[in-house]
Design a protein around this ligand. Sequence first.
Ligand SMILES: Cc1cc2nc3c(=O)[nH]c(=O)nc-3n(C[C@H](O)[C@H](O)[C@H](O)COP(=O)(O)OP(=O)(O)OC[C@H]3O[C@@H](n4cnc5c(N)ncnc54)[C@H](O)[C@@H]3O)c2cc1C
Length: 505
Amino acid sequence: MHDVVIVGAGPVGLFLACELGLAGCSVLVLEREPDSRSPFKGRLLGMRGLSAASAEAFHRRGMLHQLRTASGVHDDPGADAEAHEPTALRGVGHFAGIRLDPDRVDVAALPYHLPGQARDGMPTYLEVVERVLAEQASRLGVEIRRGVTVSALTQHEESAVAHAGEHAYAARWVVGCDGGRSAVRGLAGFAFVGTEPQFTGYSMQATATDAEKLGSGINLTPTGMYLQMVAGHIAMVDFDGGAFDRSQQLTRDHLQAVLRRVSGTDVTLSEVRLASSFTDRAMQTTTYRRGRVLLAGDAAHIHSPLGGQGLNTGIGDAMNLGWKLAATVHGQAPDGLLDTYTRERHPIGAKVLDWSRAQVAIMRPDPHCQAIQGVMRDLIGTRDGATYMAERLSGVSIRYDLGSEHPLVGRSAPDLCLEDGTRLSDLMRDGRGVALDFSTDRCLRDAAKGWESRMRYAAGPAENDLGLGAVLVRPDGVVAWAGERTPEREAFEQAAVQWFGDPDS
Ligand SMILES: Cc1cc2nc3c(=O)[nH]c(=O)nc-3n(C[C@H](O)[C@H](O)[C@H](O)COP(=O)(O)OP(=O)(O)OC[C@H]3O[C@@H](n4cnc5c(N)ncnc54)[C@H](O)[C@@H]3O)c2cc1C
């Protein structure tokens, strides 16, 4: 019997496996595909944009450098990363194909988005993300069993069992990270609700004999959208009501007809090497937990890839769930901790679905929607509009309601840096919480000893303490409590009990 069986070795399942492995749980990952490699995960079709929030998650666990190198990202943040005040953002993305100008973003309005190695997002590939995570998972003792398709599930008082053919895999908890067509979701009886699609999208590796007829970059047209960010990779959106049937073959003729319609050209595709389709169906489960079964990533929420948020949301789920489930497994979780997973992550998922719907709404090829698109373009061109967009796209705006009015509580902690050069991210590698005490008399030192096994304590003046005396950071990097110049020990202890349980005896 394992502590946790994870169904699906996609990026979310693997990230969660790493979090649980780091926390000392025994973890078995069951994956349907016998081979981790697939042309759909490599250059070009597997290209994915990681948000700053996701890059930060990798950085906190010491995997960002490897991920950047393997992704071919060499624009090191360099001197910027050493700054202690907000500096200009880089490459923050688009909304419905409308590009955001990073120079318009008011960085002073994002005081908690301090520079650091993971301040900006980055491009990567699914195969790279999965490889980096699978290597880390195996270093942490996680077992990944491939060629195993889970097709049945049973729940008992003390365990849950995933079945694949003749084999049964028992665990105290089962987590479905098995993607948008999740078997676990249906088998465990989760309700999945939302909206039906308006379009079919296509992503293809193809050659056009007269490629000069197509525009480069993102092209919004009166009939949809197509984009060519890299030569040989074309993506397009066709407002057909999501009518294309995925069981149909994606032929060159079909793809060419759609591309001609969407681009308004008579372009000719001479070769299609690889193609896939998707829709903007937007659905979410009503809860992320039923008994001993939990969901994360696309298994819990699906939406169009517009604006690239699915993977980032899934990584956020895994980071949020990992330490809570581990504490529950170890019998250290305070009452109700595991249920805060749904409470915190469900509203985030719902917002992402709406973000995707909003983009679809202004891309629709009718005069009313196109008119709103013009208004949005104007707004995104303003300083406030660009700042709002940057906050949403980078993940900086994510804030859980933890019942505190302090603006930092519930947000991902900035990469605070002590004057001796120690950064918060350095202290988060082992997956424990962190108490950072900037007070001159180290007033939380004795209090923090009570949670030594679950929380690291570091003290000293900070390069930029944001006007705070101390912060308590959860293992997922979220600020649980922020203390004023002279932090109150009692308030700190209350927060520590709330998130980490009773102190060590
Ligand atoms: C064209 C396109 C572009 C995108 N671009 C971006 C982007 O730029 N940024 C972004 O954040 N997101 C993007 N996304 C979304 C992103 O790819 C997904 O949200 C992400 O891959 C979901 O990860 P996951 O681990 O939840 O699921 P998946 O990646 O689907 O992994 C699920 C795994 O479970 C396995 N599995 C399924 N069923 C079973 C079973 N019964 N038993 C055992 N194993 C099973 C599968 O084989 C798979 O390995 C894009 C999506 C598309 C289609």
